[in-house]
Design a protein around this ligand. Sequence first.
Ligand code: NDP
Length: 445
Amino acid sequence: MKVNTILAELEKKHPGEVEYHQAVKEVLESIEDVYNENPRFAKAGILQRIIEPDRVLTFKVPWMDDQGNVQVNLGYRVQFNNAIGPYKGGLRFHPTVNLSILKFLGFEQIFKNSLTTLPMGGGKGGSDFDPKGKSDNEVMRFCQSFMLELWKLIGPETDVPAGDIGVGGREIGFLFGMYKKLAHEHTGVLTGKGLNWGGSLVRPEATGFGCVYFANEMLKTRNESFMGKKVAVSGFGNVAWGAVIKATELGATVVTISGPDGYIYDPNGISGEKIDFLLRLRASNQDIVEPYAAEYKEATFHKDKRPWEAMVDIALPCATQNELGKEDAMNLVKNGTICVCEGANMPCTPEAIEVIQNAKLLFAPGKAANAGGVATSGLEMTQNSMKLNWNREEVDQRLHSIMINIHNACVKHGTCKDGYVDYVKGANIAGFLKVANAMLDQGLI
Ligand code: NDP
């Protein structure tokens, strides 16, 4: 197979979908060798089939705001690949949502879910609806209208959506309520549910915890650990929150968090009651970065700047895609950072990854390092099927061992001749092989 030819065809078929092209390019480039080693893959057209979603549902979502005005948003569900299990992947509610972003996320999800070792296919969905600044009633009316279309396509053995940016416990609750009413069944059709009605312990913090567990495994390969290290985290959402807590627990000082308006640097560390303060601000839908600096005088607010200029040992980008560019990467290298571990999906640009890898820093791509979230969603599905609940320690232990296994799979497939571990390549190959072999077994469908 020729990567360039396939990419050129993809770009012609789906013009302008840049995030989707970027994600496909990254995977294809790293699996090229293993793909060509097995002629059965090309004969079965595995690549041409795996890069196109099985189906895409686009629908309008009409709803009424509190002033009685009709609003119309767009809704999507991309069912990418179900070779190894039901489609699984989050729903994102954010004004920037479009088909390209959802196809990039859905494509990545195939390999991420495969890496978890759990039986889950890849999918993604969402809407350009912005829950920010909306009342609970508005969010409820939107979620109900969204589910009125989506429910026909999903089910506990078919497609199991979860949260993502803009979709937390509140939204999952409203979505689940409407599904339950329409389908007339109480099943594990969504994950990220409330603890009283089928949710799993540790799910809210799982992605951030998993990211830190993964980074810790990487650090061990260089006889390092989180103990005594300075850590920069970006964002302060679901992922960042868990990462801040776990890194602190392992003995590190987390010195930054950020928002779209800039970042704060707190030399004393962001932990304990400071986290409670941030969570209170978040729960009341307020900006968090600037108020933090106003409350804690030792902290400084860096308007319109990114945390990657800070002098840190470990960087955990946990906010959004393409938030760490080439210059940021050069800063990190210059400042002696040893490890960059992606908590978000594709937060580092390809140019940034090149700089980081050329400097031989430890680097983990999101599809491996943030797989703890979907892995714990998989554990939630298992608990739902068994109709029982595991305690906190049981879930956390399973999450931890899944992250260790993912790390080992990356090392197995990504170790280069000079001993450097290319985790991007390792994650793509390990994730791809399992799905590709399943597709071979199942014939041309
Ligand atoms: P949230 O919406 O909970 O948090 C995102 C955070 O990033 C918020 O604090 C937001 O600030 C901040 N942010 C948004 N844009 C920027 C920006 N340009 N610069 C700096 N900060 C910014 O999302 P999640 O934490 O759930 O998701 C974050 C990332 O992790 C996404 O890429 C998501 O796909 C990925 N991910 C999430 C998983 C999960 O379990 N939640 C699982 C795997 C991956 P503000 O609120 O002020 O906008």
